[in-house]
Design a protein around this ligand. Sequence first.
Ligand code: PNS
Length: 160
Amino acid sequence: MRRAVCPGSYDPATNGHLDVIERAAHLFDEVVVAVLINKSKRGMFTIDERMELLQESTAKLPNVRVDSWHGLLTDYCKEQGIQSIVKGLRSVSDFDYELQMAQMNREISGVETLLMSNNPAYSFLSSSLVKEVATYGGDVTGMVPPAVHDRLLARIAEND
Ligand code: PNS
């Protein structure tokens, strides 16, 4: 059984994330989308909310499941018997950061990382920018899954 994890903050998931998850699901028998903590980012959604949004957004993908983890990604891989990490690359600046994490993760655990080129249609997308644009009333339809769109607008209205 070939199993991979697509890790991320997913605060919230964008269509760029979904594109990578869907393509990974074609390559592996099982894909776990794992919500992890990125200590350098402040969240708009709780971990449970992010998982719920991911579950709704990946419901049509039978070999994808959603989970969360509070420790090292490589410890999660070990615990779950996962051999590969899959991440999307939008740009050269992503590459620097992702390569460093991939090398560190391999050094400490032997787990391999596959860096997948993003669909160029989504290369400008990030959770942070989507939140910023939506907060100032910009239209983010088509940038996030429908379930995320509605919850994002609701959360912004709550925070107002
Ligand atoms: O979506 P992001 O914020 O780019 O994802 C980064 C994430 C959450 C995958 C990364 O910060 C991570 O793996 N965090 C878990 C803790 C860990 O393993 N840190 C060591 C990374 S080499």
